[in-house]
Design a protein around this ligand. Structure first.
Ligand code: G4P
Length: 306
């Protein structure tokens, strides 16, 4: 499987982000709590190394809470980089964000005189506009997923503590790993890419059967041969194509002749993963982000060339 990616935006993005960085005191980096590493652009840490950074692990309502806690500990660094989990559709979970921003700028000369100015940055679909709109309380952000940051960006007052730049910085992951592309495709973060839904679903099923076996059995009422209960061990040993067929049958997704409609089953699995219906699932863990997945394949060509 080869996932196409967006080539050639890095230099321009870097320039635009740098321009807007001059206008702010700190950066709010949004990551997808379900795949914090895959949804992170390493360029950002480099660009913002002199600024405090608040990392929002967004969509935490869909992520595995235990893993989110692990990621919070892993991503927080000293007194200038702090990670917290949020669900940006829920205002309550963002309530502490202004205070966190202020705390990260503690010690700056201006901190008691004016609000902190922050810029929101993240890859497409990670929730940048939702965060801005929820924080600002109105429709403020019209983020388009193009690598642009407008030159006349304004600071929107959010509270006494912070103002945010009304136009978020759009980043892409530096894409040199098929596994990163696969995770982002599974979560629906790359939609423009050329993707084969059944291949994604098979990889997702493999991952789920190794990492979240109980959730998979429960959701799709999976059974072993002759309807015997399916243990996690048996599930792991099962052929993933047979698993897909069983899910199709359980849901009545059949083609003429009564065989499994693999494409509809694949779409169902991907949709239910994205909607958090299978369970609250996180696709990677800090210590070993590739655990549960087959070894990543090398891209066929360098799609990250600038
Ligand atoms: P972007 O600006 O970074 O591109 O992302 P945007 O805010 O447009 O959010 C992308 C999608 O993610 C939206 O869904 C949005 O509702 C959803 N989303 C953002 N934050 C959260 C969160 O914390 N939890 C959950 N569950 N979803 C979140 P959409 O399907 O594109 O639109 P819609 O459902 O809002 O109509």
């Amino acid at each position: 499987m080869s996932i196409q990616w967006f080539p050639g935006h890095m230099t321009r993005t870097k320039k635009l982000i740098n321009e807007n960085l001059k206008k702010v005191d700190m950066v709010i980096e949004i990551l997808d709590a379900r795949a914090p590493l895959a949804s992170r652009n390493p360029l950002l840490a480099e660009l913002t190394k002199d600024k405090p950074r608040l990392i929002l692990l967004n969509k935490s309502d869909l992520a595995d809470p235990a893993r989110t806690e692990q990621w919070i500990r892993f991503l927080s660094e000293g007194s200038t980089v702090k990670a917290v989990s949020v669900n940006s559709k829920n205002k309550k979970t963002l309530k502490h964000v202004p205070k966190e921003c202020k705390a990260l700028c503690k010690g700056k000369k201006w901190v008691n005189r004016r609000p902190v100015r922050a810029m929101i940055v993240g890859i497409p679909n990670v929730g940048k506009s939702t965060v801005i709109n929820t924080l600002a309380g109105k429709k403020k952000a019209a983020a388009s997923n193009k690598p642009g940051v407008t030159r006349d960006a304004q600071h929107v007052p959010v509270s006494r503590e912070i103002q945010i730049l009304d136009t978020p910085g759009i980043l892409w992951h530096k894409f040199d790993d098929q596994l990163v592309g696969l995770k982002l495709a599974a979560l629906g973060s790359i939609k423009d890419a050329v993707l084969l839904v059944d291949e994604i679903a098979l990889e997702v099923l493999k991952f789920l059967s190794r990492t979240y076996p109980e959730a998979l059995v429960r959701r799709y009422k999976l059974t072993g041969r002759g309807d015997e209960p399916l243990t996690a061990e048996k599930l792991k040993a099962m052929d993933v194509h047979d698993l897909m067929d069983q899910i199709a049958e359980r849901r009545g997704l059949l083609v003429a002749g009564g065989t499994a409609d693999k494409e509809r089953a694949a779409r169902l699995i991907i949709k239910e993963l994205r909607d958090g219906i299978i369970d609250r699932i996180t696709l990677e863990e800090p210590e070993d982000p590739a655990r549960g997945w087959d070894p990543p394949r090398k891209p066929e060509r360098d799609e990250t060339a600038e």
